[in-house]
Ligand binder design. Structure first.
Ligand code: TEU
Ligand code: CA
Length: 578
């Protein structure tokens, strides 16, 4: 991969990179069985090359019973037949590399599937040599060893009748947690990771990586709405997590670190914790995903009691992270992934103001400091799905939530269904909308999950080549990151932090300064005249409305502008004052 001109000589390559996440099941189906597959990804790679992204993150394609769509792995070194073969994967890696891109795989090592041979062995009896590869405990007072709830409803413990012991599963009961205290487990994982890197992949996105280390006394957590305890305070960045990651770095990444990208999913991350994970001197990870901005609309009952977000709060979260990692560590920037509802429906406007809100939200995210991630379909502004009933849902988290809410047909079950429609993960998992044909051109068969009916007008084909499309806008944002040193390295300053409609910040580089200013509302927004005055005469780099005037004093509905100014002394950063 060529180094982008926006990088400083000492920068690692991924500071100028943009990552694109492929959720293979929903991306493109090559053989008409209704499930996306690796051949399908290969056939669509030109879409990614045209978009201009640098890295493809491939969600799990390993052998799996698919209880959690592949995040339940039964063999780390095999490709699930629904996705293809190892040969297909090798072909995909070559095809990605041939287009000058890299490919990272999902690493799911907090847990395996209960159908993994390791767990079968572990479960076979108390004296199995692999018993200690998972987390087994005796009952306490005749019930679960502690009060932890599972992310997917109910207890995090499952009783194994045969041995009379419980095993821990933070997610589904078919996803038992590995015991990272056991050095054999760690060695087996590192061997597997090296096997994949030797095969030519370029790094890992690491599933719930901050959960690996559990305190050995497994204390109860504070009781939450569901009635279960929240163990996150104990296993989120647990006692030995940094030791484990430093060991992983030494055993796996060290010999080829400069070429790789490693990004950890860290639900419990604060800026302080993220600095520990991503300070390059500590040799752990390149970057992490925090959840602060995507947790703001969770109500007291969690993600399934969604509440409206407050823009001022949202800006505060971003500013805290930009400042927290300004000198040490590195941010990753995302709105969407396979677990989150679609951003244009969630924080924007998927009706009349679809185009300006999709482009404004993209811009405020992409021009911050950090590595942006695009989730499939985000680059064409895909929206949430108008789910009509439970039969259209597929996600284990959503289905468990509705089942545990109340009897089918009850008021509580109906409310749970509505909440899932807003916040559920299946919103992200409807088929990629390639064109206006049946099922959005995703499959010639019957898709495993229904396509969003709006594919009739919202699809990649209709946007490609259209200069005023969401797709073209993403291309422009990616190009800016590749070419502009201020986008990669400039100092971040939030402005107008208390403005209830406007999201605005500056990026100060050594030779110029950028202003990013967006009206994140459906009403015109008045901007402080001082901002307008300060940016008089600046060049308009991007604007999502045609016939943009030179003034910033009044922004139209969801209008975003990016301005650039060079050389005006009062705005120069300290590095310029020589
Ligand atoms: O997700 C971790 C996680 O806890 C949440 O993001 C989760 O998706 C849920 O919505 C919380 O309410 C990772 C994966 O991204 C997710 O797809 C997996 O289901 C999960 O781990 C288990 O592997
Ligand atoms: Ca298929």
């Amino acid at each position: 991969m060529a180094r982008h001109p926006s990088l400083a000589p000492e920068d690692p390559w991924w500071k100028a990179a943009v990552v694109y996440q492929v959720y293979p099941r929903s991306f493109s189906d090559s053989n008409g069985d209704g499930i996306g597959d690796l051949r399908g990804v290969i056939e669509r790679l030109d879409h990614l090359a045209e978009l201009g992204v640098d890295v493809v993150w491939l969600s799990p394609i390993y052998a799996s019973p698919q209880d959690d769509n592949g995040y339940d792995i039964s063999d780390y070194c095999a490709v699930d037949p629904i996705f293809g073969t190892l040969d297909d994967l090798d072909d995909l890696v070559s095809a990605v590399h041939a287009r000058g891109m890299k490919l990272i795989m999902d690493l799911v090592v907090n847990h395996t599937s209960s159908e993994h041979a390791w767990f079968a062995d572990s479960r076979s009896g108390r004296d199995s040599p692999k018993r200690d590869w998972y987390i087994w405990r005796d009952p306490k007072d005749g019930r679960e060893p502690n009060n932890w709830g599972s992310f997917f409803s109910g207890s995090a413990w499952e009783l194994d009748e045969a041995s009379g012991q419980y095993y821990l599963h933070l997610f589904a009961r078919s996803q038992p947690d590995l015991n990272w205290e056991n050095p054999e487990v760690r060695a087996a994982v590192y061997t597997m990771m090296n096997w994949w890197l030797d095969r030519g992949i370029d790094g890992f996105r690491m599933d719930v990586i901050s959960f690996l280390s559990k305190p050995q006394d497994l204390p109860d957590g504070p009781v939450v709405d569901s009635g279960w305890g929240d163990g996150l305070v104990h296993y989120g960045s647990g006692p030995r997590i940094h030791e484990f990651l430093q060991e992983m770095h030494a055993e796996v990444f060290a010999p080829r670190d400069a070429e790789l990208l490693t990004v950890g999913e860290t639900l419990d991350a604060t800026p302080e914790r993220a600095r520990l994970y991503t300070d390059s001197a500590r040799r752990e990870l390149d970057m992490v995903f925090h959840f602060d901005h995507v947790s703001l609309d969770a109500g007291v009952g969690g993600k399934f009691s969604p509440q409206p977000i407050d823009l001022v709060e949202l800006k505060r979260v971003f500013a805290t992270w930009q400042e927290g990692l300004a000198d040490v560590g590195w941010n990753s920037l995302y709105w969407n992934n396979h677990d989150q509802p679609r951003v244009v429906s969630r924080f924007g406007d998927d009706g009349f103001l679809w185009y300006p809100s999709a482009t404004a939200l993209a811009t405020v995210l992409h021009l911050m400091r950090g590595t942006p991630y695009i989730y499939q379909g985000e680059e064409i502004g895909m929206t949430n799905m108008p789910f009509q009933g439970v039969d259209q849902l597929r996600d284990i988290e959503s289905l468990n939530h509705i089942a545990s809410a109340g009897a089918p047909g009850s008021r509580r079950a109906a409310a749970a269904l509505r909440a899932v429609g807003v916040a559920g993960r299946d919103n992200a998992r409807t088929p990629m909308q390639w064109d206006r044909r049946r099922h959005g051109g995703f499959t010639t068969g019957e898709p495993w999950i229904d396509a969003n009916p709006n594919h009739a007008w919202l699809n990649a084909e209709s946007q490609r080549g259209d200069a005023r499309s969401v797709f073209a806008w993403y291309q422009a944002l990616i190009r800016l990151r590749h070419d502009d040193p201020t986008v990669v390295g400039g100092r971040f300053t939030m402005i107008l932090p208390d403005h209830p409609q406007v999201f605005a910040y500056t990026r100060t580089g050594s030779a110029d300064e950028l202003l990013v200013i967006a009206n994140c509302s459906a009403k015109p927004a008045a901007v402080d005249p001082a901002v307008d005055a300060a940016w008089q005469g600046s060049a308009v780099v991007l604007c999502n409305y045609e016939r943009h005037g030179a003034r910033l004093a009044q922004l139209r509905q969801w209008e975003v502008q990016v301005r650039r100014t060079t050389g005006s002394p009062h705005r120069r950063g300290p590095s310029q004052q020589v």
